[in-house]
Ligand binder design. Structure first.
Ligand code: SF4
Ligand code: SF4
Length: 207
């Protein structure tokens, strides 16, 4: 019995000299791993356009049916993303979400990532349905989020066909850059669906 007490005291004395592992939240916050999956963020390109092209792949991949999207067509007067469409409505129901990250893996443009935002408590369940306005990063910000922690960037000279059977996207030669790393200027004129121009351009390059 005395032995057990001495062992217990020895453990207490050993721990006394160690730094505490608790933090004084909320004044102090833990440094989380770069692959921590918290609340979603929708990203922009550096030219201000939204990365999301309203393709629904993330919603299709979601095992919890937590994503609701309504897509709308881009027009010359109202260009929101570099694709044909953009997400007019993009909701994530965080009460359903299991933070699996399938949505960010499914996204072809790196538009959605799960970030280290974990302060998600709410008094009302409806407040945990996050809308596009809350998820989208502010104008002037163009981050890739946790994507870099999950994927290695492709070699610089890699070109990948875009998901278009004609092999063009916005009237330019198709590359992964055109889809995923867009360098279009926000107010640049964009030739959407100009197949003949794309064919002429390709033919001129091949000649
Ligand atoms: S993290 Fe998983 S469950 Fe949550 S929205 Fe994305 S795919 Fe759905
Ligand atoms: S977030 Fe990505 S996968 Fe989801 S609709 Fe937008 S572009 Fe498609």
């Amino acid at each position: 019995m005395a032995m057990e007490i001495l062992k217990g005291l020895a453990t207490t004395l050993r721990e006394l000299g160690k730094k505490p592992t608790t933090v004084s939240y909320p004044e102090e916050k833990r440094q989380l791993p770069s692959r921590f999956r918290g609340r979603h963020v929708l990203h922009r390109y550096e030219n201000g356009l939204e990365r999301c092209v309203g393709c629904f792949l993330c919603a299709g991949a979601c095992p919890a049916d937590a994503i609701y999207i309504e897509a709308a067509e881009n027009t010359e007067e109202n260009r929101v993303s570099p694709g044909e469409r953009y997400a007019r409505i993009f909701d994530v129901n965080l009460l359903r979400c299991i933070f699996c990250g399938y949505c960010e893996q499914a996204c072809p443009t790196g538009a959605i990532t799960l970030e280290n935002i974990y302060e998600l408590a709410s008094m009302r369940p409806e407040d945990l349905i996050y809308h596009k306005e809350q998820l989208l990063e502010p104008e002037g910000s163009a981050t890739r989020g946790s994507l870099d922690a999950w994927t290695s960037p492709p070699p610089e000279d890699t070109t990948t066909p875009v998901p278009s059977r004609q092999g063009f996207f916005d009237g330019q030669v198709a590359t992964a850059t055109a889809v995923g790393q867009g360098d279009l200027l926000a107010r640049q004129e964009i030739k959407l669906g100009d197949e003949q121009a794309a064919r002429d351009e390709t033919a001129a390059e091949e000649a």
